[in-house]
Design a binder for this molecule. Structure first.
Ligand code: URA
Length: 450
């Protein structure tokens, strides 16, 4: 079949065979299918979807477009976590050293900030000198030595995803469940894992603002991973407001360092990090129950073992560890601006997507892939949903160095804040859990206070 015939078949809602999907993927990566035809194909998938068999085939072909790591000589269990992306999500910075300190081998390959969502790599690179561009041999050596290394996508792993994702980003086809599934799982399957824990974000700052789609995505991810024999669970977590109290690279790295150093942090950031870490430990077979795994993880945090592991990661990947002991020495942003409450009452909403977009416009993220990052830029939250606030009190502070803070950005943040007179409960942190048995409502009250 020609490329046009394959596009027409998908456009008309018919399922493609393995051979036909292979023709599209290898045709595009090999340069025989041009961007305009691939764009049409992606749009056809966006509207018509893919069957489970097609999604699995796409995932496998994307995985096999590059190197599939062989980590069989590394100690088991090898477990990773992947988040579908959100605002203020600095979880990986704490989780990676934390699970390694508990005995999990965590080969973490992360992404960069794009649009309103932040990326782990940019947060790590906010630490002066930190090198995320290790070659695969060094990555493996570091994993052998201390069970954890944090690197960026290399050109050798899933090159098909790199090329296709860039096109999806430019053609409005990111929000497609089978395409997201293929993109995420191809990369995770290339890591040679024993288990995978997914953080599927739900709410305004998530990839799908409608939580019903996040839930569908979680099911598809878990079912597709199961076809490859990869033990996977997906936690559905809150992304209606930003996670924690900071948005922006260095601000988030600093909040992560605070958690590693045992300082009090926001309840949602703490609970999500501990729950995902405990799932990794439990799924990896290092604890007999979730409750035991949680205890193990909290002990590794409180004892300083996770912080020590983070110091080793930073030091071995070329970063300046003095900043971990004295984060206050980090260069301050040249401009800052407080956003004040316009009325007294309770915070009912902090629209995560708008906060993420404004943080990006302040310089904390990228509008386009090629854009640079202002590590000092971002937003600090002084209130979370459910908190009381008096008129004139600070709700947020905006930071930037490369440009003064424009008044329209302050106005935009005001539109993202909803204060009303009636009291309001804090948002639930966990919205459910999806495993091979389907979705369950996960009662975090059993494990977490508040
Ligand atoms: N994250 C990914 O890695 N791929 C997607 O398609 C969406 C989110």
């Amino acid at each position: 079949m020609t490329a046009v015939e394959l596009i027409q078949k998908k456009r008309d809602g018919r399922a493609l065979s393995d051979t036909e999907i292979k023709a599209v993927i290898s045709g595009y990566t090999g340069g025989d299918i041009p961007d305009y035809q691939m764009s049409a194909f992606l749009m056809a998938v966006y509207f018509q979807g893919m069957s489970d068999a097609e999604t699995a085939s796409l995932t496998e072909l994307m995985r096999d477009s590059g190197i599939v790591l062989d980590l069989s000589d590394l100690p088991a269990p090898k477990v990773d976590k992947h988040s579908t992306g959100g605002v203020g999500d600095k979880v990986s910075l704490v989780l990676a050293p934390l699970v390694a300190a508990c005995g999990v081998t965590n080969p973490m390959i992360s992404g960069r900030s794009l649009a309103h969502t932040g990326g782990t790599l940019d947060k790590l690179e906010a630490i002066p000198g930190f090198n995320t561009q290790l070659d695969l041999a060094t990555f493996k050596a570091y994993l052998k030595a201390r069970k954890v290394a944090l690197i960026g996508q290399t050109k050798d792993i899933c090159p098909a995803d790199k090329k296709i994702y860039a096109l999806r980003d430019a053609t409005g086809t990111v929000q497609s469940i089978p395409l997201i599934c293929g993109s995420i799982l191809s990369k995770k399957l290339a890591e040679d894992l024993d288990a995978l824990v997914l953080d599927v974000k739900c709410g305004s700052g998530a990839i799908f603002p409608d939580p019903a789609y996040s839930e569908k995505l979680a099911h598809k991810l878990v079912q597709t991973a199961a076809k490859f024999g990869l033990k996977t669970v997906a936690l559905l977590t809150q992304m209606e407001q930003p996670l924690g109290v900071s948005i922006g690279t260095w601000l988030e790295t600093r909040e992560a360092i605070d958690m590693l150093a045992g300082k009090p942090v926001a309840r949602d950031f703490y609970n999500v990090t501990i729950a995902l870490s405990a799932y990794m430990v439990w799924l990896g077979g290092l604890a007999p129950s979730f409750a035991d795994a949680k205890e193990h993880v909290e002990h590794a945090l409180q004892s300083g073992a996770a912080l020590q592991r983070f110091r080793e990661i930073v030091s071995h990947q070329g970063g300046d560890i003095s900043i971990l002991d004295a984060p206050g020495k980090y260069p301050a942003a040249s401009h800052q601006c407080d956003v004040l409450a316009e009325s007294s009452g309770f915070v009912h909403g902090l629209h995560a997507r708008t906060f993420g977009q404004v943080a990006m416009l302040l310089g904390a993220g990228r509008r386009k892939k090629e854009d640079g990052i202002d590590y000092t830029a971002g937003i600090l939250l002084h209130r979370k949903v459910g908190d009381r606030v008096q008129v004139g009190e600070k709700i947020a502070t905006l930071f930037a160095s490369q440009q003064p803070i424009a008044s329209h950005l302050v106005e935009r943040i005001q539109t993202a804040i909803n204060v009303a007179t009636e009291p309001c409960q804090p948002l639930p942190v966990f919205l459910g859990i999806v495993d091979e048995n389907g979705k369950q409502v996960w009662s975090h009250d059993r494990y977490f206070n508040g």
